[in-house]
Write a protein that binds this ligand. Structure first.
Ligand SMILES: NC(=O)c1ccc[n+]([C@@H]2O[C@H](COP(=O)([O-])OP(=O)(O)OC[C@H]3O[C@@H](n4cnc5c(N)ncnc54)[C@H](O)[C@@H]3O)[C@@H](O)[C@H]2O)c1
Length: 258
């Protein structure tokens, strides 16, 4: 159930996370936005409040356990309960051959994309267990399912996040806590445009060539819109999805079919 719930959305400041915040708000949830970018969080909070619910930004660096602990404590103090957690924040990590990836780049990608969702779940689960209800959605990627060359750190985190999703779902199902992953294909917007630019630079091709190659990977010959992801997240948090858990749902315009 989304209406009347409180949701925490990490990385809700912009992009897919902002679309998720707005969709959950439109369906009647108060939304805690956990991000590092104050200005973008404030913009998302204003959009959320236009839906007649509360938008509550909390500065949270997912790399810091203390930050995550404080964010969840503050959200619980302010709203009383947390029904929905969306682990959306993620970074692209470096685009480079494995042997050219700096150890710190590897660690940073792990810290945001994989350790962050663990920290968030660790802190939110006790209250979800106490209330015997929770809906957790992890934003993975189709890169969690198949290799993506030059992106070993990112692919490893997204594959790990799907493993985390399945394992946690198996652990907490009896408490009416569902844990699912959504796996976007290439989502149109500034982030994927940066990725295409980096890939073009790394491979000596043009931006247009890299983009049309990505579009051609979909049977529909198109990228995905961020609203497609947001609507899937809202569905997984709704009572229509009560018996869906441990799944990794592709929203990729058919780019990946397994
Ligand atoms: N855009 C795509 O094509 C695409 C495809 C597949 C999967 N994804 C996944 O979707 C998610 C969102 O992607 P996006 O394209 O909207 O990205 P984005 O870069 O536009 O937004 C990411 C958000 O996360 C926040 N963030 C970054 N580091 C953080 C940290 N340490 N602590 C807290 N917040 C932090 C940023 O401030 C930003 O608001 C990511 O997990 C990404 O891997 C995106």
């Amino acid at each position: 159930m989304v209406s009347g719930s409180t949701a925490i959305v990490t990385g809700g400041g912009r992009g897919i996370g902002r679309a998720i915040c707005c969709e959950l708000a439109a369906e009647g949830a108060d939304v805690v936005i956990a991000d590092i970018d104050e200005d973008e969080m404030a913009e998302t909070a204003a959009l959320v409040e236009e839906e007649g619910v509360r938008g509550y930004p909390i500065h949270t660096d997912l790399r810091s356990f203390e930050d995550v602990e404080a964010t969840v404590d503050e959200a619980l103090a302010e709203f009383g309960t947390i029904e929905i957690l969306v682990n959306n924040a993620g970074i692209a990590g470096p685009t480079a051959a494995c042997e050219a990836v700096e150890p710190d780049e590897w660690d940073q990608t792990m810290a945001v994309n994989l350790r962050g969702p663990f920290y968030m779940c660790r802190q939110v689960l006790p209250s979800m267990k106490e209330q015997s209800y929770g809906r957790i959605v992890n934003i993975a990627s189709v890169t969690g399912k198949r290799p993506l060359t030059q992106r070993t750190p990112y692919a490893t985190t997204k594959m790990g996040l799907i493993g985390f999703t399945r394992t946690l779902a198996a652990e907490v199902g009896e408490d009416d806590i569902n844990v699912n992953a959504v796996c976007p294909g290439s989502v149109d917007g500034p982030r994927i445009q940066r990725v295409f630019e980096e890939k073009a630079n790394a491979s000596g091709r043009t931006y247009e060539a890299v983009r049309s190659e990505a579009e051609a990977e979909s049977p529909r010959r198109e990228l995905v819109q961020r609203e497609d992801i947001a609507q899937t997240v809202a569905f997984l948090c709704s009572s229509d999805a009560d018996r869906i858990t441990g799944q990794d749902v592709n929203v990729s315009a058919g780019k990946v079919m397994y």
